[in-house]
Ligand binder design. Structure first.
Ligand code: IYR
Length: 234
């Protein structure tokens, strides 16, 4: 299978992929260093945002960011993800209502004292205004298996890893396009399948409100681990 944009992927591919040449132009070391440093400076400015402006975002930016996420590597190239771009305000209200219901139960004790203590410095609570305030909302689903036309289940591999990588790429794409986002993980998330009418092979993975920070947006003054705290050299 070659990779032209016009060709549509189909799950029926028992044969080995045909090999095609891959010869990206080599980036000279100096240029590579400059690009890495510039990217690092940009990515260090990414912050998780909980207060969004209601200003609309260009929908094409959301579509392109989802398309970036969908370039992620995946187990056996099974691409086990579905990104739901939620536009209907009624549906968004329903998501917020159900999420806040679950979150109230969580914050009222389901999370347990240790977890609540870990969250306390962030000051999060069960009120999720961003689910209706942010102009964009992307709900990411993982496809635990693929359902054949005859109803047979075909297992997908490394689904958590694959979808996690894709969400990381989604966040990077949104940030580098100038938009802010938040990874929200209401738990349990089963209500999302019902509200969004997703099939049984899909399981909600994360809810990602997207937009511009509100004019009075504030974020915690947190510190990221230094490189020598996250990297060891062997
Ligand atoms: N899902 C809850 C709780 C929560 C959990 C973690 I770990 C966070 O980093 C933030 C929140 C919520 O979205 O509020």
């Amino acid at each position: 299978m070659s990779s032209t944009a016009e060709q549509r992927w189909s799950p029926i591919h028992g044969d080995a992929y045909r090999s095609v040449p891959y010869r990206p132009q080599r980036v000279p070391a100096a240029e590579s260093r400059a690009r890495a440093a510039e990217l690092l400076a940009h990515m260090r400015q990414r912050r998780t945002v909980r207060q969004f402006s209601s200003d609309p975002v260009p929908e094409q930016v959301l579509r392109d960011a989802i398309a970036v996420a969908a370039t992620a590597p995946s187990g056996a190239h099974q691409q086990p993800w579905t990104f739901v771009l939620v536009k209907d305000p009624e549906v968004r209200r329903a998501i917020r209502e159900a999420a806040e219901h679950e979150e109230r139960v969580s914050y009222d004790g389901r999370l347990g004292e240790e977890w609540l203590a870990a969250l306390r410095p962030l000051g999060t609570d069960a009120v999720k205004t961003h689910l209706t305030d942010a102009p964009g909302l992307i709900v990411v689903f993982q496809q635990r298996y693929w359902l054949g036309e005859d109803g047979t289940k075909h297992k997908h591999y490394y689904v958590d890893e694959s979808v996690g990588i894709a969400v990381g790429m989604l966040l990077s794409a949104l940030h580098l396009s100038g938009l802010a986002a938040l990874v929200h993980t209401p738990s349990p998330m089963r209500f999302l399948s019902q509200v969004l009418g997703r099939p049984e092979n899909e399981k909600a993975f994360a809810v990602v409100p997207v937009g511009y920070p509100a004019d009075d947006c504030e974020v915690p003054d947190l510190v990221r681990k230094a490189l020598d705290q996250v990297m060891v050299e062997v």
